[in-house]
Design a protein around this ligand. Sequence first.
Ligand code: SF4
Length: 370
Amino acid sequence: MPCDALYLHIPFCEQKCPYCDFYSVPARPDRMDAYTGALIRAIETAPFPMGRLDTVYFGGGTPSVMGGKRLAQILEAADRQFGIQSGAEITVECNPHSSLPETFRQLFSAGANRLSFGMQSASDRQLALLGRPHTCADVETAVSQAQQAGFSHISLDLMLATPGQTAGDIQAAVDTCARLGAEHVSAYLLKIEPGTAFAARDVGRLCPDEDGQAALYLTAAESLARAGYRQYEISNFAEDGQIARHNYKYWDCAEYLGVGPSAHSFIQGRRRFFPRRLQAFVENGNPWQLLEDDGPGGDAAEYLMLRARLADGIRWASLRERYPAYDCDALRGRAKPLADAGFLELDGEGLHLTVRGFLVSNAVIENLIG
Ligand code: SF4
Protein backbone atom coordinates (compact mmCIF):
# COMPACT_ATOMS: atom_id res chain seq x y z
CA MET A 1 0.00 0.00 0.00
CA PRO A 2 1.46 3.43 -0.88
CA CYS A 3 2.42 5.69 1.99
CA ASP A 4 -0.56 7.88 2.95
CA ALA A 5 0.73 9.63 6.11
CA LEU A 6 2.60 12.92 6.15
CA TYR A 7 4.35 14.45 9.17
CA LEU A 8 5.44 18.10 8.96
CA HIS A 9 7.81 19.36 11.63
CA ILE A 10 7.41 23.00 12.64
CA PRO A 11 10.55 23.84 14.63
CA PHE A 12 9.41 27.07 16.30
CA CYS A 13 8.31 27.88 19.84
CA GLU A 14 7.61 31.08 21.71
CA GLN A 15 10.11 29.99 24.34
CA LYS A 16 11.95 26.82 25.29
CA CYS A 17 10.39 24.69 28.03
CA PRO A 18 13.12 23.56 30.44
CA TYR A 19 12.36 19.82 30.08
CA CYS A 20 12.05 19.72 26.29
CA ASP A 21 14.53 18.15 23.90
CA PHE A 22 12.44 18.44 20.72
CA TYR A 23 14.08 20.46 18.00
CA SER A 24 12.81 24.03 18.14
CA VAL A 25 14.16 27.56 17.87
CA PRO A 26 12.57 30.92 18.80
CA ALA A 27 9.68 31.87 16.49
CA ARG A 28 10.55 34.90 14.33
CA PRO A 29 8.41 36.05 11.38
CA ASP A 30 11.33 36.15 8.89
CA ARG A 31 12.43 32.65 9.86
CA MET A 32 8.89 31.31 9.64
CA ASP A 33 8.38 32.86 6.18
CA ALA A 34 11.60 31.31 4.91
CA TYR A 35 10.72 27.97 6.45
CA THR A 36 7.25 27.98 4.88
CA GLY A 37 8.89 28.38 1.47
CA ALA A 38 11.42 25.63 2.19
CA LEU A 39 8.78 23.20 3.41
CA ILE A 40 6.64 23.81 0.33
CA ARG A 41 9.69 23.28 -1.90
CA ALA A 42 10.45 20.03 -0.09
CA ILE A 43 6.86 18.82 -0.50
CA GLU A 44 6.90 19.69 -4.21
CA THR A 45 10.13 17.77 -4.77
CA ALA A 46 9.51 14.76 -2.51
CA PRO A 47 11.46 11.88 -4.05
CA PHE A 48 9.10 9.14 -2.83
CA PRO A 49 5.89 7.94 -4.45
CA MET A 50 3.00 8.74 -2.10
CA GLY A 51 -0.65 7.75 -2.08
CA ARG A 52 -3.42 10.26 -1.44
CA LEU A 53 -3.00 11.34 2.16
CA ASP A 54 -5.16 9.77 4.85
CA THR A 55 -3.43 11.66 7.68
CA VAL A 56 -1.42 14.88 7.92
CA TYR A 57 0.21 15.87 11.21
CA PHE A 58 1.79 19.26 11.96
CA GLY A 59 4.03 18.60 14.99
CA GLY A 60 6.72 20.60 16.67
CA GLY A 61 7.77 22.80 18.14
CA THR A 62 4.56 24.73 18.26
CA PRO A 63 2.95 24.66 14.81
CA SER A 64 0.27 27.17 15.83
CA VAL A 65 2.89 29.95 16.24
CA MET A 66 3.33 29.81 12.45
CA GLY A 67 -0.15 31.29 12.09
CA GLY A 68 -3.00 29.89 10.02
CA LYS A 69 -1.93 31.51 6.76
CA ARG A 70 1.49 29.87 6.55
CA LEU A 71 0.15 26.49 7.68
CA ALA A 72 -2.67 26.70 5.13
CA GLN A 73 -0.13 27.36 2.34
CA ILE A 74 1.82 24.26 3.39
CA LEU A 75 -1.35 22.16 3.51
CA GLU A 76 -2.38 23.38 0.05
CA ALA A 77 1.04 22.34 -1.27
CA ALA A 78 0.57 18.87 0.22
CA ASP A 79 -2.85 18.61 -1.42
CA ARG A 80 -1.51 19.73 -4.81
CA GLN A 81 1.43 17.34 -4.64
CA PHE A 82 -0.05 14.19 -3.09
CA GLY A 83 -3.78 14.79 -2.85
CA ILE A 84 -5.64 14.62 0.46
CA GLN A 85 -8.42 12.04 0.81
CA SER A 86 -11.85 13.20 1.83
CA GLY A 87 -12.25 12.35 5.53
CA ALA A 88 -8.49 12.62 6.11
CA GLU A 89 -7.37 13.39 9.66
CA ILE A 90 -5.43 16.68 9.66
CA THR A 91 -3.94 17.53 13.06
CA VAL A 92 -2.16 20.66 14.25
CA GLU A 93 -0.33 20.89 17.58
CA CYS A 94 -1.07 24.12 19.45
CA ASN A 95 -0.14 26.01 22.58
CA PRO A 96 -2.04 28.95 24.03
CA HIS A 97 -0.79 32.23 22.60
CA SER A 98 -2.24 35.53 21.44
CA SER A 99 -3.08 35.08 17.76
CA LEU A 100 -5.04 31.83 18.10
CA PRO A 101 -8.62 32.79 17.15
CA GLU A 102 -7.58 33.96 13.67
CA THR A 103 -5.22 31.00 13.30
CA PHE A 104 -8.03 28.58 14.17
CA ARG A 105 -10.39 30.16 11.63
CA GLN A 106 -7.77 29.98 8.88
CA LEU A 107 -6.79 26.41 9.75
CA PHE A 108 -10.38 25.23 9.81
CA SER A 109 -11.13 26.75 6.40
CA ALA A 110 -7.93 25.18 5.05
CA GLY A 111 -9.24 21.73 6.03
CA ALA A 112 -7.51 21.04 9.37
CA ASN A 113 -9.94 19.14 11.60
CA ARG A 114 -8.08 18.11 14.74
CA LEU A 115 -6.11 20.16 17.28
CA SER A 116 -3.76 18.85 19.93
CA PHE A 117 -3.01 21.20 22.83
CA GLY A 118 -0.09 21.06 25.23
CA MET A 119 -2.20 21.50 28.36
CA GLN A 120 0.15 19.46 30.64
CA SER A 121 -1.66 20.23 33.92
CA ALA A 122 -4.73 21.87 35.40
CA SER A 123 -2.64 23.25 38.25
CA ASP A 124 -1.07 26.68 37.69
CA ARG A 125 1.51 25.81 40.36
CA GLN A 126 2.52 22.71 38.35
CA LEU A 127 2.57 24.68 35.09
CA ALA A 128 4.88 27.27 36.63
CA LEU A 129 7.17 24.52 37.93
CA LEU A 130 7.31 23.09 34.41
CA GLY A 131 8.24 26.50 33.04
CA ARG A 132 5.15 26.61 30.85
CA PRO A 133 4.26 30.13 29.73
CA HIS A 134 0.49 29.62 30.15
CA THR A 135 -2.07 29.01 32.87
CA CYS A 136 -4.84 26.43 32.85
CA ALA A 137 -7.35 29.23 32.15
CA ASP A 138 -5.35 30.09 28.99
CA VAL A 139 -5.79 26.52 27.76
CA GLU A 140 -9.51 26.62 28.52
CA THR A 141 -9.86 29.86 26.55
CA ALA A 142 -7.86 28.45 23.62
CA VAL A 143 -9.94 25.25 23.48
CA SER A 144 -13.13 27.27 23.56
CA GLN A 145 -11.85 29.51 20.74
CA ALA A 146 -10.99 26.40 18.72
CA GLN A 147 -14.48 25.00 19.24
CA GLN A 148 -16.02 28.31 18.20
CA ALA A 149 -13.94 28.17 15.01
CA GLY A 150 -15.50 24.77 14.24
CA PHE A 151 -13.03 22.22 15.66
CA SER A 152 -14.76 19.31 17.35
CA HIS A 153 -11.75 16.96 17.52
CA ILE A 154 -9.61 18.13 20.43
CA SER A 155 -6.74 16.28 22.06
CA LEU A 156 -5.03 17.41 25.26
CA ASP A 157 -1.55 16.43 26.48
CA LEU A 158 -0.94 15.85 30.18
CA MET A 159 2.34 15.36 31.96
CA LEU A 160 2.69 12.80 34.75
CA ALA A 161 5.20 12.39 37.59
CA THR A 162 6.26 16.03 37.66
CA PRO A 163 7.86 17.45 40.83
CA GLY A 164 5.37 17.50 43.70
CA GLN A 165 2.47 16.20 41.60
CA THR A 166 -0.31 14.53 43.57
CA ALA A 167 -3.09 12.13 42.62
CA GLY A 168 -5.45 15.10 43.17
CA ASP A 169 -3.57 17.11 40.52
CA ILE A 170 -4.09 14.30 38.04
CA GLN A 171 -7.77 13.92 38.86
CA ALA A 172 -8.23 17.68 38.40
CA ALA A 173 -6.48 17.54 35.02
CA VAL A 174 -8.65 14.64 33.84
CA ASP A 175 -11.80 16.42 35.04
CA THR A 176 -10.71 19.49 33.05
CA CYS A 177 -10.15 17.42 29.89
CA ALA A 178 -13.66 15.99 30.18
CA ARG A 179 -15.23 19.36 30.96
CA LEU A 180 -13.54 20.96 27.95
CA GLY A 181 -14.94 18.25 25.67
CA ALA A 182 -11.60 16.72 24.68
CA GLU A 183 -12.12 13.40 22.93
CA HIS A 184 -8.49 12.32 23.20
CA VAL A 185 -5.87 12.60 25.95
CA SER A 186 -2.15 11.79 25.84
CA ALA A 187 -0.54 11.34 29.25
CA TYR A 188 3.25 11.12 29.31
CA LEU A 189 5.60 10.53 32.21
CA LEU A 190 8.08 13.39 32.55
CA LYS A 191 11.50 12.17 31.47
CA ILE A 192 14.54 14.28 32.27
CA GLU A 193 16.40 14.32 28.96
CA PRO A 194 20.14 14.97 28.89
CA GLY A 195 21.07 18.43 27.66
CA THR A 196 17.86 20.10 28.90
CA ALA A 197 17.69 22.86 31.53
CA PHE A 198 15.92 20.38 33.87
CA ALA A 199 18.86 17.98 33.54
CA ALA A 200 21.34 20.79 34.28
CA ARG A 201 19.36 21.68 37.42
CA ASP A 202 19.02 18.01 38.37
CA VAL A 203 15.24 18.37 38.64
CA GLY A 204 15.00 14.58 38.55
CA ARG A 205 15.78 14.51 42.28
CA LEU A 206 12.49 16.34 42.92
CA CYS A 207 10.41 13.94 40.83
CA PRO A 208 8.59 10.90 42.23
CA ASP A 209 10.63 7.69 42.44
CA GLU A 210 9.73 4.61 40.39
CA ASP A 211 6.96 3.50 42.75
CA GLY A 212 5.58 7.04 42.87
CA GLN A 213 5.61 7.25 39.08
CA ALA A 214 3.79 3.91 38.81
CA ALA A 215 1.14 5.07 41.28
CA LEU A 216 0.56 8.32 39.38
CA TYR A 217 0.39 6.49 36.05
CA LEU A 218 -2.23 4.09 37.45
CA THR A 219 -4.17 7.02 38.89
CA ALA A 220 -4.18 8.65 35.47
CA ALA A 221 -5.26 5.46 33.68
CA GLU A 222 -8.07 4.84 36.18
CA SER A 223 -9.28 8.46 36.22
CA LEU A 224 -9.27 8.60 32.43
CA ALA A 225 -11.18 5.30 32.20
CA ARG A 226 -13.82 6.63 34.62
CA ALA A 227 -14.13 9.75 32.46
CA GLY A 228 -14.81 7.63 29.35
CA TYR A 229 -11.33 7.62 27.79
CA ARG A 230 -10.31 4.08 26.80
CA GLN A 231 -6.59 3.36 26.90
CA TYR A 232 -5.46 2.27 23.44
CA GLU A 233 -1.70 2.79 23.81
CA ILE A 234 0.73 3.08 26.70
CA SER A 235 0.28 6.87 26.89
CA ASN A 236 -2.86 7.47 24.84
CA PHE A 237 -6.55 7.42 25.74
CA ALA A 238 -9.59 8.22 23.63
CA GLU A 239 -13.35 8.20 23.54
CA ASP A 240 -14.77 5.45 21.32
CA GLY A 241 -13.78 5.89 17.68
CA GLN A 242 -11.48 8.85 18.39
CA ILE A 243 -7.98 7.38 18.46
CA ALA A 244 -5.24 9.43 16.79
CA ARG A 245 -5.18 7.80 13.35
CA HIS A 246 -1.85 9.32 12.37
CA ASN A 247 -0.03 8.22 15.51
CA TYR A 248 -1.66 4.78 15.34
CA LYS A 249 0.17 4.28 12.03
CA TYR A 250 3.51 4.67 13.87
CA TRP A 251 2.60 1.91 16.32
CA ASP A 252 1.20 -0.26 13.55
CA CYS A 253 4.57 0.00 11.79
CA ALA A 254 2.96 1.64 8.76
CA GLU A 255 4.98 3.90 6.48
CA TYR A 256 4.96 7.70 6.85
CA LEU A 257 6.91 10.56 5.35
CA GLY A 258 8.36 13.16 7.73
CA VAL A 259 9.51 16.52 6.40
CA GLY A 260 11.52 19.22 8.19
CA PRO A 261 14.59 19.38 10.42
CA SER A 262 14.54 16.50 12.96
CA ALA A 263 11.56 14.81 11.23
CA HIS A 264 11.79 11.03 10.94
CA SER A 265 10.29 8.88 8.19
CA PHE A 266 9.67 5.22 7.59
CA ILE A 267 9.43 4.97 3.85
CA GLN A 268 10.25 2.34 1.24
CA GLY A 269 11.24 -0.02 4.05
CA ARG A 270 13.87 2.30 5.54
CA ARG A 271 14.05 4.61 8.54
CA ARG A 272 15.31 8.06 7.56
CA PHE A 273 15.62 11.46 9.20
CA PHE A 274 16.47 15.08 8.55
CA PRO A 275 19.25 16.52 10.72
CA ARG A 276 18.34 19.15 13.34
CA ARG A 277 19.54 22.06 11.21
CA LEU A 278 16.93 24.64 10.27
CA GLN A 279 19.29 26.88 8.37
CA ALA A 280 20.62 24.06 6.22
CA PHE A 281 17.06 22.94 5.48
CA VAL A 282 16.05 26.45 4.43
CA GLU A 283 19.18 27.29 2.46
CA ASN A 284 19.63 24.04 0.58
CA GLY A 285 17.84 24.32 -2.77
CA ASN A 286 17.07 20.61 -2.45
CA PRO A 287 16.55 19.76 1.25
CA TRP A 288 16.17 16.07 0.36
CA GLN A 289 19.94 16.01 -0.08
CA LEU A 290 20.12 16.36 3.71
CA LEU A 291 17.99 13.28 4.39
CA GLU A 292 19.98 10.64 6.28
CA ASP A 293 19.42 6.90 6.10
CA ASP A 294 18.93 5.20 9.46
CA GLY A 295 18.83 1.65 8.13
CA PRO A 296 16.13 -0.85 7.28
CA GLY A 297 12.89 -0.79 9.29
CA GLY A 298 9.73 -2.77 9.65
CA ASP A 299 11.21 -6.17 10.50
CA ALA A 300 9.27 -8.55 12.75
CA ALA A 301 11.09 -7.46 15.93
CA GLU A 302 10.32 -3.81 15.30
CA TYR A 303 6.70 -4.62 14.45
CA LEU A 304 6.31 -6.56 17.73
CA MET A 305 7.97 -3.80 19.71
CA LEU A 306 5.64 -1.15 18.32
CA ARG A 307 2.45 -3.21 18.40
CA ALA A 308 3.10 -4.23 22.02
CA ARG A 309 2.58 -0.57 22.96
CA LEU A 310 -1.04 -0.85 21.82
CA ALA A 311 -3.85 -2.07 24.04
CA ASP A 312 -5.01 -4.41 21.26
CA GLY A 313 -1.44 -5.71 21.10
CA ILE A 314 -0.22 -8.32 18.66
CA ARG A 315 -2.78 -10.28 16.64
CA TRP A 316 -1.59 -13.70 15.41
CA ALA A 317 -3.43 -13.36 12.08
CA SER A 318 -1.85 -9.97 11.27
CA LEU A 319 1.58 -11.18 12.39
CA ARG A 320 1.34 -14.27 10.16
CA GLU A 321 0.08 -12.25 7.22
CA ARG A 322 2.88 -9.71 7.54
CA TYR A 323 5.72 -12.12 8.41
CA PRO A 324 4.71 -15.60 7.14
CA ALA A 325 8.01 -17.16 8.22
CA TYR A 326 7.91 -15.78 11.78
CA ASP A 327 7.96 -18.43 14.52
CA CYS A 328 4.73 -17.61 16.38
CA ASP A 329 5.07 -20.71 18.60
CA ALA A 330 8.41 -19.45 19.93
CA LEU A 331 6.80 -16.07 20.63
CA ARG A 332 3.95 -17.79 22.51
CA GLY A 333 6.58 -19.67 24.52
CA ARG A 334 8.29 -16.43 25.53
CA ALA A 335 4.94 -14.79 26.29
CA LYS A 336 3.65 -17.57 28.60
CA PRO A 337 5.78 -16.74 31.71
CA LEU A 338 5.04 -13.03 31.21
CA ALA A 339 1.32 -13.85 31.12
CA ASP A 340 1.67 -16.02 34.25
CA ALA A 341 3.32 -13.05 35.99
CA GLY A 342 0.40 -10.77 35.02
CA PHE A 343 2.28 -8.56 32.57
CA LEU A 344 0.27 -9.60 29.53
CA GLU A 345 -2.78 -11.54 28.42
CA LEU A 346 -2.45 -14.31 25.91
CA ASP A 347 -5.22 -16.06 23.97
CA GLY A 348 -6.10 -17.60 20.63
CA GLU A 349 -6.37 -14.21 18.94
CA GLY A 350 -3.07 -12.75 20.13
CA LEU A 351 -1.46 -11.11 23.12
CA HIS A 352 -1.55 -7.71 24.75
CA LEU A 353 0.14 -6.07 27.69
CA THR A 354 -1.88 -5.41 30.84
CA VAL A 355 -1.73 -2.02 32.58
CA ARG A 356 0.83 -3.64 34.93
CA GLY A 357 2.79 -4.68 31.84
CA PHE A 358 2.62 -1.13 30.45
CA LEU A 359 4.32 0.09 33.64
CA VAL A 360 7.42 -1.98 32.84
CA SER A 361 6.89 -2.12 29.10
CA ASN A 362 10.54 -1.88 28.08
CA ALA A 363 11.50 -4.97 30.06
CA VAL A 364 8.37 -6.89 28.99
CA ILE A 365 8.88 -6.10 25.31
CA GLU A 366 12.57 -7.02 25.51
CA ASN A 367 11.67 -10.44 26.94
CA LEU A 368 8.91 -10.88 24.38
CA ILE A 369 11.10 -10.21 21.37
CA GLY A 370 13.79 -12.58 22.66
S1 SF4 B 1 6.19 24.23 23.58
FE1 SF4 B 1 6.48 22.02 23.28
S2 SF4 B 1 8.03 21.80 21.66
FE2 SF4 B 1 8.10 23.95 22.42
S3 SF4 B 1 9.71 23.94 23.94
FE3 SF4 B 1 7.78 23.59 25.04
S4 SF4 B 1 7.54 21.36 25.12
FE4 SF4 B 1 9.14 21.81 23.60
